[in-house]
Ligand binder design. Structure first.
Ligand SMILES: Cc1cc2nc3c(=O)[nH]c(=O)nc-3n(C[C@H](O)[C@H](O)[C@H](O)COP(=O)(O)O)c2cc1C
Length: 151
């Protein structure tokens, strides 16, 4: 991307540790963007069951499909099953349709009933306040720098 873009580059996806933030920088990104990690915090206004699923899930529990909204996204397998779908045998979506309301023609609504999460879920094992998540990211980042003898 640097060959054709000299503005800020943000890298995201499965970043859930300070080590990974440093790796993003090493790969040439200016910023690391973290989504899923912040779902497992008291501040996140998602249902408690959603947070529990985040703690339980591993990368293999993430389903990548365009069925629910018309654009591809990652979802927690258990919420897909709970909505009445077989994650191994999802119907094909209509590529001309984007629908952020009902999910794949079901009564369920995407994001309210079918829950997004990225493959980094396996690294998340506790619901802790955002300030603690950030402090841990910072400590891990500093430790990774020390390990690589960067000062
Ligand atoms: C609840 C939730 C909703 C999301 N909604 C969208 C979305 O509408 N469009 C999109 O491009 N990505 C969406 N994402 C994916 C984020 O962009 C993704 O989380 C980001 O790339 C960071 O990756 P990470 O979650 O592995 O940290 C969503 C992610 C979550 C957790």
């Amino acid at each position: 991307m640097r060959r054709f873009f000299d503005g800020p580059i943000v890298l995201s996806g499965a970043i859930a540790s300070g080590d990974a933030v440093l790796a993003a920088q090493a790969a040439g990104a200016d910023l690391a963007y973290i989504g899923t990690r912040f779902l497992a915090t008291p501040e996140a206004s998602v249902p408690e069951r959603y947070k529990e699923e985040i703690l339980r899930a591993a990368a293999a529990d993430i389903v990548y499909t365009d069925l629910f909204s018309g654009v591809h996204g990652n979802y927690l397998k258990h919420s897909v099953v709970a909505a009445g779908f077989d994650p191994l045998n999802l119907p094909k979506s209509d590529p001309n349709k984007m629908n952020f309301g009902t999910a794949g023609g079901a009564e369920k609504k995407v994001w309210r009933d079918i829950w997004s999460a990225g493959q980094g879920v396996g690294q998340i094992d506790a619901v802790v306040p955002v300030a603690q998540v950030v402090a841990k990211l910072e400590a891990e980042y500093a430790a990774a720098r020390r390990r690589l003898q960067m000062n």
